[in-house]
Design a protein around this ligand. Structure first.
Ligand SMILES: [Zn+2]
Length: 201
C-alpha cells in the first residue's frame, strides 16, 4: 500500500469528525484504513498498529467484530453529523452505535511508557478490541450533547466533503484546510477576476 493512499486526513479538530472523514463516503471503512486511523491519531502505537494490521489473518473473528462495530459507528456518526449540519432531528438508530461502544468500554486510564514518552492509555476491563473505538465514541457523544451549539461545519469547497469543528476565535472558518481547499478557492477567484479584467479591457 502506498503512503499517499494510507495517509489519514486529520483536519477535523475532533477525533470523531476525523473518524468520519477517514471513511470514504461511497465505500465502507476497510480494516487497513481503520488501523491507519488508530495509528495516526495515537490511539495505538505504531508497533501495536503493525500487529493489528495482520490480525484478520490470525484472528478473523476478532477483527471482523471490531470492523463491524467501527463501520456501524462511522455510519451512525456520519448520519448524526449530516443531520446536525441541516439542523435536523437525530434518529435513535444513529445514536445506538455510539452508546453501544460507550457501554462496553468500562475501564481505567493508566500511564504507559511509549517511545520515550509517557502516554495516558485506556485499559479496558473487558476483553475484545471494542475499547479501541472508545475515544471516538466519546468524542462523538460530546458533539451530540452540544446539540445546536456544536460548531460542526462542512468544508466550503463543494468538491471536498470533509467535515471540521470550527475552533477558530472568529468562528468563521470555512475550509477544512486553508492550504488545500482555501488556497484552491483563492486561486480560482483570482483566475476569475483576472479573466474578467482581461475581458473588460
Ligand atoms: Zn476541504
Amino acid at each position: 500500500m502506498s503512503l499517499s493512499n494510507s495517509s489519514v486526513n486529520l483536519l477535523g479538530g475532533r477525533l470523531s469528525i476525523d473518524f468520519v472523514n477517514a471513511a470514504p463516503t461511497n465505500a465502507e471503512l476497510s480494516w487497513d484504513r481503520l488501523i491507519r486511523f488508530l495509528q495516526s491519531t495515537g490511539i495505538v502505537s505504531s508497533e501495536r498498529g503493525i500487529q493489528l494490521l495482520v490480525l484478520p489473518q490470525s484472528d478473523p473473528q476478532t477483527s471482523d467484530a471490531l470492523l463491524f462495530k467501527a463501520r456501524r459507528l462511522s455510519f451512525g456518526l456520519r448520519k448524526v453529523f449530516a443531520a446536525t449540519l441541516r439542523r435536523q432531528k437525530l434518529a435513535g438508530e444513529w445514536i445506538e452505535p455510539v452508546n453501544e461502544i460507550l457501554r462496553v468500554t468500562e475501564g481505567h486510564d493508566e500511564l504507559v511508557a511509549q517511545e520515550g514518552d509517557w502516554k495516558i492509555e485506556f485499559i479496558a476491563r473487558e476483553g475484545g478490541l471494542d475499547w479501541l473505538l472508545a475515544a471516538i465514541a466519546r468524542s462523538g457523544a460530546e458533539i451530540i450533547a452540544e446539540g445546536s451549539r456544536a460548531r460542526l461545519r462542512l468544508c466550503a469547497n463543494p468538491h471536498c466533503g470533509l467535515l471540521f469543528y470550527d475552533n477558530s476565535r472568529t468562528r468563521e472558518r470555512r475550509w477544512c484546510s486553508m492550504a488545500v481547499c482555501g488556497n484552491r478557492s483563492k486561486v480560482a477567484a483570482f483566475a476569475r477576476k483576472h479573466a474578467s479584467a482581461r475581458n473588460s479591457s
